[in-house]
Design a protein around this ligand. Structure first.
Ligand code: ATP
Ligand code: MG
Length: 392
């Protein structure tokens, strides 16, 4: 784990800071995940060097959050976020401190961190600095606030949702005082920006124990203040790798209100389009999919619909072959493969353009996809002249 590129880059940054007589450690998620044997994405470094001092040690740095003490250091092995030890000032908006104060003590820096498991530092020699019993809590599978949980959640309400998300990611329980404080402060979650809430739910959906996360979301009372219906029993067996599947399944559980509910979480247009497609595919599955369904929806959308139908134990007509195989056998896979276009239709019919062109193209597409019409110019011309226009 610690041999990967991210860790090597962090080690090389620490070496250089130590060489310049500063103190530097690895902190936060990377240390927690290393103890858990989970791969880490970012390996963050904290140091007693002031931001300007950090910049003077390295040739290549980028100011990414210098007002909060964070400098991105670029070394041959990669880039590392280096943050000066700091304490947070007053919190007035339930989210961000008014100001931060840089300090020289690691202990003070660790104290501002949210949970004991996230407040462990690791030195270059592999030894831990663990003032709050983080390793013991990791061992016991417990999420515990650093210090007085009530105060910590009053300062920053997002921490409560982070606790929920970690409970889904790690399958951990919430320590009782921490949970009580969540119950007391749950309403404060309304202060948090929708985008931040979405970012936490994005991570919750792909957790290994979503059921645990949703249970805690309910138990803490946080679910009351979030949009939509969260029912733990629907999430028992839910396990996915892609956050989009989480949003799509969440949408399935909202019934007719899905659009309104998801609108509150600021999904991108692309994300909404995926959700809409999965819901469409799921609806169509009731009577079994036609060639046109296999044509319109992507493999991923169809697989999602099957998965949800299984989870919800819906009475549907599941495909009897692999979706990929069925899709491969379709006469065409894309609209552009049709050998006839709108101007052909205008030329052949001698008619003026109008909505009919789009309708005729659609009918033609369906006939080709369903295997009723061969995708060949002369045959399509005959079909248009003899079948399609005759029907009108
Ligand atoms: P992830 O694996 O999702 O990145 P993480 O614990 O690394 O989890 P980050 O958001 O990357 O989370 O934050 C890095 C560290 O900063 C945390 O481990 C924690 O020590 C601290 N931290 C982050 N957000 C907060 C917060 N809202 N309040 C207090 N400390 C925080
Ligand atoms: Mg992180």
């Amino acid at each position: 784990m610690q041999n990967n590129k991210e860790w090597q880059a962090a080690y090389s940054v620490i070496d250089q800071l130590e060489h310049a007589d500063f103190e530097a450690v690895i902190v936060g998620g990377a240390v927690r995940d290393a103890i858990l044997g989970r791969p880490a994405h970012d390996v963050d470094v904290a140091t007693n060097a002031m931001p300007e001092e950090v910049k003077s040690v390295f040739n290549h740095t980028v100011d990414i959050g210098i007002q909060h003490g964070t400098v991105l250091v670029i070394v041959p092995a990669g880039s590392v976020e280096v943050t000066t030890y700091r304490t947070d000032g007053e919190y007035n908006d339930h989210r961000r401190p008014e100001d931060v104060r840089f300090v020289r003590s690691l202990k003070e820096d660790l104290q501002r961190r949210d949970f004991t498991m996230n407040a462990i530092a690791m030195r270059r020699d592999g030894s831990y600095v663990d003032y709050y019993g983080g390793r013991q809590d990791i061992e016991a599978g417990i999420i515990r606030a650093v210090g007085d949980a009530q105060v910590r959640f009053a300062e920053d309400a997002l921490r409560m949702l982070r606790a929920v998300r970690f409970s889904a990611q790690l399958g951990f329980d919430i320590e009782s005082k921490t949970l009580n404080a969540m119950q007391d402060k749950a309403a404060d979650i309304s202060w948090i920006a929708k985008e931040r809430i979405k970012a936490e739910l994005d991570k919750l959906w792909v957790g290994k124990d979503v059921f645990n996360g949703i249970n805690i979301l309910k138990e803490s009372g946080l679910a009351t203040y979030l949009n939509g219906d969260f029912q733990a029993n629907h999430w028992c067996d839910f396990n996915v790798q892609d956050k989009l599947l989480g949003w799509a399944y969440f949408a399935v559980l909202q019934g007719d209100h899905w659009r309104e509910v998801l609108g509150n979480y600021r999904l991108s247009n692309k994300e909404m389009a995926f959700v809409k497609a999965v819901l469409g595919a799921l609806k169509a599955l009731k009577n079994g999919w036609t060639n046109m369904d296999y044509f319109m929806y992507t493999q991923q959308e169809l697989e999602a619909a099957c998965y949800f139908a299984e989870l919800r134990q819906l009475d549907v007509q599941m495909p009897q072959q692999s979706i990929q195989e069925i899709q491969k056998k379709l006469p065409i896979r894309h609209k552009q493969e049709l050998v006839v276009n709108g101007s052909d239709l205008l030329k052949w019919s001698g008619k003026k353009g109008g909505p009919w062109v789009k309708e005729a193209l659609q009918a033609m597409l369906e006939a080709v996809v369903n295997g009723e019409l061969v995708n060949e110019r002369q045959q399509i011309k005959n079909w248009i002249e003899h079948d399609y226009f005759k029907k009108e």
